[in-house]
Design a protein around this ligand. Structure first.
Ligand code: E4P
Length: 218
């Protein structure tokens, strides 16, 4: 499993990318709205930092207008992945892009059932994003969804990649990795939690203190 940063914040993206922690970025309209910046301009800045997939979601609701928007987004940078909702119109757009513009990668998002994921993969999506945390929020098992999708894709030899999304804490990420998700997209705070351990910090301090006490040169 590789990590994407689930963020539209340039400072966070730069820190995570330069720190070697992520393979790419996912954004969504809520995250972009939270930054209050021009969407396409922001994507250009992110593409100047990140040399990996950058998911950017369409706002259109009909297949025809999603395809127009997808082509515009894809022209911003070759590593833009167009995010489409798992609606009838979204899958129609995914199918058209897969056949007419196969160089435009797609990430079908807002996936809440294994059959939505299978339909998206069959429509030609390159990635599907099952939302773990939002299912947990309504008393369902979000990680079971990731498990089901990974097993179905393996059983039927589908090349579509699974991005465990709506990750709320380190255990979500750990379990997604154990279940075989190809990617987990995580908020910056969770990425930090994944790296930090108090015994690591204490160990670094103790090694340095012992060395300094010894009088050995550095
Ligand atoms: C990523 O693709 C999703 O948009 C994101 O993970 C949703 O997370 P949330 O449920 O915390 O908003």
């Amino acid at each position: 499993m590789r990590f994407f940063l689930d963020s539209a914040n340039v400072a966070e993206i730069r820190e995570a990318w330069e720190g070697g922690l992520i393979a790419g970025v996912t954004t969504n309209p809520s995250l972009v709205a939270g930054e209050g910046k021009d969407f396409h301009g922001l994507l250009k800045v992110i593409a100047g930092i990140v040399d990996g997939p950058i998911s950017a979601e369409v706002l259109a609701t009909t297949a025809e207008s999603m395809i127009v928007e997808a082509r515009v987004l894809a022209r911003i940078s070759p590593n833009i992945v167009v995010k489409l909702p798992v609606t009838a119109e979204g899958l129609k757009a995914a199918r058209t892009l897969a056949t007419e513009n196969p160089q435009v990668a797609t990430n079908v998002t807002l996936v809440f059932t294994p059959m939505q994921a299978l339909l998206a993969a069959r429509a030609g999506a390159d990635y599907v994003s099952p939302f773990v945390g939002r299912l947990d929020d309504i008393g369902q098992d979000g990680l079971k969804l990731v498990d089901d999708i990974c097993r179905i894709f393996a059983l039927h030899d589908l090349s579509c990649r699974v991005i465990a999304a709506s990750i709320r804490h380190p255990v979500h990420a750990l379990k997604a990795a154990l279940l075989g998700a190809h990617f987990a997209t995580v908020p910056f705070a969770v990425l930090r939690q994944l790296l930090k351990h108090p015994l690591t910090d204490a160990g670094v301090e103790r090694f340095l203190a012992d060395w300094n006490k010894s009088g050995l040169p550095r």
